[in-house]
Design a protein around this ligand. Structure first.
Ligand code: BDP
Length: 682
């Protein structure tokens, strides 16, 4: 069904002239090679052409006079007189070239690349062009991935549950076993490869008892998954338990400097590579939210990470270490400690101490995937260390796939943020691609939003977040508009009304969600634990370090250097100055950085309290408009997807009202300042 196929639906081209044109061109194709990845490319090409044109293409091994589409590696002699060395030299290891050429008066399209993966990506890109009804006459596209590691993180547990999963159960595991439905995993690998993903972590960062065994007597499960993903150019990684030497090995310690511990890991790593020679490496959450780590042994995180990295290195493995480390036991009354400071305080002093196959994985913001946060000050602050950006595709704090919240615009802001680490233009996207400091590794990791629901993501429109994530990891310079337009066309077809309406709904949705939830960068006004729905004081008097500090007079957390927690001082000067002063701090982050009276006037001209009222009333109106726009497409969308999305949008409207009323009445009572427009506040 369409909802299951996502953006690989390959529905028949509607436009008759074009259909004729494609049919003529794609009758015979050549794709050479029989490695597993090329096989996947060939199968995809056939599937795509069959679906899109209704013809059954002839696959030849060697180019003939009349062959139109030729997919060969860049060393193939066939290309010698057709494509110049200069052009070929511009393709990087995983990149590809799609070029129209003429040979003996015959028009042809060449797809080429240096690696099997390059060809696979080229094929997906070509199919995308057809799905989007592009002319093929005069094209020359050189397309290289900007990030070398394009990562998906699964928070799946072996019992089949998914931490922060909003679309059913795990597609990998069931009852501590590998699922029987391997076909679905193949389809998943296709979806990921089609957007350029080349690495996957297959289990939750919180590694519990069963998952600890994945490097031990459950390694065969890893092997089976790796065998599937490999065919699509995707490397498999595991989250590991830092205390494994104790839990699995029976040692009395997991001290990274203990020689028995090192030896134990060395053997383990050897075992893994014996089974899975191209195994990717480990991801580690240590000393965070009750996970074990080097702090127990008075070692620092470089000592912890390097110990593992050293064992992985001979096999080409990578060690990814998360910077989500903070004291989750802090006291809400303590105005001095600030959770936002934690990642920087813990890791910045260690810059330069990590081995070259260690990558630090940093969440986009200093707290935890809120609807709005400033960018983490760690980006750019560790010039001698590989850094990854971690994004959350699964909508934990952004409506849990019951609300529409398209995150690509948010991610674009993060990627384009200027850290000033090396003067103007030191954007996050350059830091993490490794280009700002010429680092060996770089990339983006996304906590994925899929499960075993028919449509993978619960809310069908949430498929766009996975698509957009992949496209951005490939090329962070793509605009939100381009990505959105692509996704809508590939998913729902090329009808201009459909494309225009859905694109606009997506592009507006983040701001709408922000409007009716927590205002001005403050965050956290959610129900504890499950994090769905409004609860202004839900976290205010608990230990997690997530406060708004609202009282009768004002709201916000003073993170200035002069009078607050000094978090603002963790940024490079240009940003530090901007965030330090109430005057320069942008409205949307004001309450993140400053505690201000409700009557404080924003740059918009409104007072804080009036902004809260207005944005919450507006947010609900906008949610209603989203639903209306969707209803306008009733005749243009298949029934299953139409009703899935309609049901979610209806829930969103009702739930937005709850948010509005809870937030507005809280602040109305707290501040005792009436709404200027005298609207009814419940
Ligand atoms: C938080 C989630 C929690 C994760 C944690 C993490 O609430 O379930 O384990 O992040 O990233 O957002 O480790």
């Amino acid at each position: 069904s369409n909802d299951y196929q996502c953006w690989l639906g390959y529905n028949k081209i509607q436009e008759q002239e074009l259909l004729k044109y494609y049919r003529e061109l794609l009758r015979t194709i050549v794709i050479t090679g029989d490695t597993p990845v090329i096989k996947s490319a060939r199968e995809e090409l056939i599937k795509g052409i069959e679906g899109l044109t209704g013809i059954d293409p002839m696959i030849a091994d060697a180019p003939e006079e009349k062959t139109f589409l030729i997919v060969v590696k860049s060393g193939n002699p066939y290309l010698d007189n057709l494509i110049s060395k200069d052009i070929l030299a511009k393709i990087n290891e995983e990149g590809f070239l799609i070029k129209s050429v003429k040979r003996n008066g015959q028009q042809k399209i060449i797809i080429t690349g240096k690696s099997d993966q390059g060809l696979l990506y080229g094929v997906f890109s070509f199919l995308r062009m057809i799905q989007m009804e592009k002319e093929l006459d005069d094209i020359e596209i050189i397309n290289n991935p900007v990030n070398s590691l394009r990562f998906i993180n699964h928070w799946d547990n072996l019992d089949g549950s998914i931490e922060r999963g909003y679309a059913g159960k795990s597609i990998f595991y069931n009852n501590n076993q590998l699922t029987d439905n391997l076909d679905r995993i193949i389809d998943y690998a296709r979806l990921l490869a089609s957007i350029g993903i080349n690495s996957i972590v297959i289990n939750n960062v919180n590694v519990h008892r069963e998952e600890t065994k994945l490097i031990d007597d459950k390694l065969d499960m890893v092997k089976k998954l790796a065998d599937i993903f490999r065919n699509y150019g995707i490397k498999t990684f595991l989250s590991i338990n830092f205390a494994s030497p104790i839990e699995l090995g029976g040692l009395s310690t997991a001290d990274p400097l203990n020689s028995e511990v090192r030896k134990w890991w060395g053997y383990k790593v050897e075992d893994i590579y014996a089974e899975i020679p191209d195994f990717g490496g480990f991801l580690v959450k240590a000393d965070s939210e009750h996970r074990p780590g080097p702090f127990t042994y008075k070692r620092n995180h470089a000592e912890g990470a390097n110990m593992l990295a050293e064992e992985l290195k001979p096999f080409g493995g990578i060690l990814i270490w998360r910077c989500f480390v903070y004291n989750c036991q802090q006291d809400w009354r303590d105005y001095q400690t600030d959770r936002a400071r934690a990642a920087y305080d813990n890791f910045k002093p260690l810059d330069g101490e990590f081995l070259e196959n260690v990558i630090l994985q940093v969440k986009n913001g200093p707290l935890d995937f809120q609807v709005r946060e400033p960018v983490s000050p760690l980006f750019g602050a560790m010039g001698a260390t590989n850094q990854f950006l971690e994004l959350q595709i699964t909508q934990e704090y952004t409506g849990q796939q019951r609300h529409l919240c398209y995150l690509v615009p948010q991610w674009k802001e993060v990627l384009d943020f200027d850290t000033y680490a090396r003067g103007k233009g030191s954007t996050v996207k350059k830091v993490i691609a490794g280009s700002l400091f010429s680092q060996l590794y770089g990339g983006i990791a996304g906590v994925v939003n899929i499960g075993d629901d028919d449509n993978w993501t619960g809310h069908t429109l949430a498929q766009s977040n996975l698509y957009g994530f992949g496209r951005l990891t490939w090329n962070p310079d793509l605009s939100s508009g381009e990505i959105t337009d692509e996704w809508v066309r590939l998913t729902f077809g090329n009808d201009p009304v459909v494309v225009e309406t859905i694109s606009q709904m997506l592009l507006d949705s983040w701001e709408i969600y922000e409007n009716y939830t927590s205002p001005l960068g403050i965050g956290w006004m959610v129900n504890p634990n499950h994090h769905y729905g409004p609860n202004v004081d839900g976290y205010e008097y608990s230990r997690w370090g997530t406060y708004h500090r609202a009282d009768h007079f004002g709201i916000g957390v003073d993170r200035s250097v002069k009078t607050g927690t000094a978090y603002a001082g963790q940024y490079f000067e240009e940003n530090a100055i901007r965030y330090e002063s109430i005057e320069f701090c942008p409205d949307e982050l004001l309450l993140f950085f400053h505690h201000v009276p409700y009557i404080h006037q924003l740059k918009s001209g409104k007072t804080v309290i009036q902004h809260i009222y207005d944005s919450h009333f507006t947010g609900v109106e906008q949610a209603i408009v989203l639903k209306k726009k969707w209803e306008g497409l009733k005749d243009k969308i298949d029934e299953k997807r139409y009703s899935n999305i309609l049901a979610r949008l209806s829930e969103q409207v009702e739930h937005a009202k709850e948010w509005r009323d809870v937030i507005n009445s809280y602040f109305y009572r707290k501040a005792s300042i009436p709404d200027e427009l005298d609207r009814k506040i419940y």
